[in-house]
Design a protein around this ligand. Sequence first.
Ligand code: MD3
Ligand code: FE
Length: 205
Amino acid sequence: MTELPEGISFHPDYFDRSAQDALVEAIRAVVREAPLFVPKMPRTGKPMQVRMSNCGKLGWVTDKENGYRYQPTHPKTGRPWPPIPAPLQKLWKDVAAFDGSPEACLINYYVDTAKMGLHQDRDEEEFSAPVVSVSLGDDCLFRIGGTKRGGKTQSIRLRSGDVIVLGGASRLRYHGVDRIYPATSTLLSDGGRINLTLRRVSAKG
Ligand code: MD3
Ligand code: FE
């Protein structure tokens, strides 16, 4: 077991099974109001493999015409995003070490075959706030690299209930999801993996 880079803190099994069940129920309620959508790459319009939604004042969206951005409303319904569920607001307070509340919670849903390519999260204005990630459902192989493309990378298996905090010198590291390990969790009735990322978007005035 090798050490993680500075700025990353890993909390395996942060949420126990009953807390995970409660989170899944809360996320199911969010996606009833704000349905999962298919994000499309800027310029090409190529669909990403994950399905997405958001809760919070702002949500991350992307489409062919307007590219990556945060906006206060759902791209299909035009309605505001639902609020961030209380247990996730508490999580941020407990682990983020940032003086300000989370503005966005991106919901990523992965089916068995879905992946997410290496990328940086840089659509936020406030890079001094960490990104706080919660994994639910099937395990995945997560990969983290350096702050430039093409350097060496490290892989970590993330399991249901794990929390990982990406901050400080690691906030702009490249990262992605190489694979899902199907049927490794009983949490989600239809299988797959949910990742929740809590984010601060705007700098505090
Ligand atoms: C490392 N999601 O939504 S979460 C994303 O599992 C995203 O769905 C992945 O990458 C997922 O943008 C990974 C863990 C994560 C999130 C943000 C990071 C790792 C990060 C920001 C900087 C470095
Ligand atoms: Fe990311």
